[in-house]
Design a protein around this ligand. Structure first.
Ligand code: HEC
Length: 186
């Protein structure tokens, strides 16, 4: 959770404390242990914990916009029978879900439910059935798995009290500068 910013913070603090870069891989160990070395490390740990509290969680609504794009592109790729592209899109969608769980696992919008638990429980089976349909290159199975995926998005929206955000099959591609046809000439 919040790994990247923290690594930066930890590095910054280590540098300020005079740690040697070579020793950073093994943790924030001072290169020379002074008599108050352990006190320093404890203080640094407390400082990191304090800074962690101040890093705001990303906006869930912003993260959802990425899901919306992946969901849209997945449809057009599958609809065109471009199995590799569709498989890529559903994998990216899965990654985006993991990212949201990691960075926004306690999203206030889901409280008292825990997003880090609700999201995989609702979405993972639906993502898997899309992957299975794509692996079989079965367009009809893809279409029904896709509808199941959308229903899963909506199930969480209902849980969160935002059921008016209704996800459906797209009617027109969101962006048309990515080619969906598998065999079109450039
Ligand atoms: C774990 C629960 C959960 C799941 C799963 C989920 N959503 Fe959401 N979604 C929310 C919540 C909560 C909001 C409202 C966020 C806010 O208030 O900013 C939202 C908002 C949205 C919005 C509106 C964003 C905006 O601000 O304009 C879109 C679009 C969206 N979700 C798409 C999706 C799609 C597509 C899926 C499935 C692939 C999905 N969501 C799955 C909880 C979820």
């Amino acid at each position: 959770m919040k790994q990247r910013p923290l690594i930066g913070v930890a590095l910054g603090l280590c540098m300020a404390a005079g740690c040697s870069v070579a020793l950073l891989a093994g943790g924030c160990t001072p290169s020379t242990v002074s008599s108050d070395g352990s006190t320093e490390v404890t203080a640094l740990k407390a400082e990191i914990a304090r800074l962690e509290q101040r890093i705001p969680a990303p906006e869930l609504g912003q993260q959802m916009l990425e899901l919306q794009i992946r969901h849209d592109r997945l449809w057009w790729a599958g609809e065109a029978g471009n199995w590799n592209l569709a498989y890529y899109m559903v994998s990216e969608l899965g990654e985006a879900l993991r990212g949201i769980e990691a960075t926004n696992g306690n999203a206030p919008e889901l409280q008292p439910e825990k997003l880090s638990e609700v999201m995989p429980a609702i979405m993972d089976p639906a993502v898997r059935s899309v992957q299975e349909a794509l692996a079989k290159k079965d367009k009809a199975a893809f279409a029904s798995a896709y509808d199941r995926l959308s229903a899963s998005c909506n199930a969480c929206h209902a849980t969160a009290g935002v059921e008016f955000l209704h996800i459906q099959r797209p009617q027109t591609p969101l962006l048309d500068n990515l080619r969906y046809a598998p065999d079109a000439t450039p």
